[in-house]
Design a protein around this ligand. Structure first.
Ligand code: DX5
Ligand code: ZN
Length: 228
């Protein structure tokens, strides 16, 4: 269990967010992006408390795990993630990202998550300073920089939030992935890359399009070639 690892830092990766997918047909939705080359799938877990929306719990992750070998990039937007993380890992989450705003002893929680066999991400809201994660970020496999206020797909990219990737890169060095989440399209993915991100969540830009492979190609072409 939990043998899947993030691709080593140094490549640009898309993490398609199923938040914008058809939840009645998740297996086929996920197959479309993995067949188009996605190594990761981004699962947005929302509790109606930390964020004003409710999405999915461990039972859904368990069934997603059965239908794909993709790396499950699991983004917990929930209060008290300490109560639920183990259930998500047992269900098949490969990486647990938690919000710095939700945990009192983040370094301890990272150790707990690793002990349960998962990789670990730390995330911060657009209004949260990079200073809050400076101690814990180097202990993680990934830092997720939110580029929208969490809760909903298809919101507008916040460039000032993306700029925090520069400082995060100074803090974590070259071997920790930096992921951006929210409002990623062919133009904003280039900006995020230029600020130092290498992992790009995209929900509406992929699942909002009829041809998911073409949508992924458009993003990858932009991020590999474009300069902002
Ligand atoms: C927002 C979620 C995102 C969301 C991004 O709270 O964390 O992962 O799915 O959606 P887009 O790419 O549509 O902005
Ligand atoms: Zn997310």
């Amino acid at each position: 269990m939990n043998l899947r690892k993030l691709p080593p830092a140094g490549t640009c990766e898309l993490s398609p967010s199923i938040l914008s997918a058809d939840f009645a047909n998740l297996a086929s939705e996920i197959a479309q992006v993995t067949q188009a080359g996605a190594k990761m799938v981004h699962l947005d877990v929302m509790d109606g408390h930390f964020v004003p929306n409710i999405t999915l719990g461990p039972v859904v992750v368990k069934w997603i795990r059965k239908c794909t070998d993709a790396f499950l990039d699991t983004h917990l937007m929930i209060s008290e993630p300490e109560r639920y993380a183990e259930a998500f890992i047992k269900a098949g989450a490969d990486l647990i990202t938690f919000h710095i705003e939700t945990v009192r002893q983040p370094e301890e929680f990272v150790k707990t998550l690793r002990g349960l066999g998962a990789q670990v991400g730390i995330t911060l809201n657009p209004a949260t300073e990079v200073g809050t994660i400076e101690k814990v970020a180097p202990l993680c496999d990934m830092v997720l920089v939110m580029t929208v206020n969490p809760g909903f797909g298809a919101q507008a990219f916040m460039e000032d939030a993306a700029q925090k990737c520069r400082r995060v890169r100074e803090v974590v060095g070259p071997n920790v992935r930096i992921e951006v989440d929210g409002g990623i399209y062919a133009d904003t993915i280039v900006k995020a890359r230029d600020y130092g991100a290498d992992t790009f969540v995209a929900g509406n830009a992929i699942f909002g399009q009829p041809d998911r492979a073409a949508a992924m190609n458009a993003l990858l072409t932009a991020v590999r070639k474009g300069k902002s």
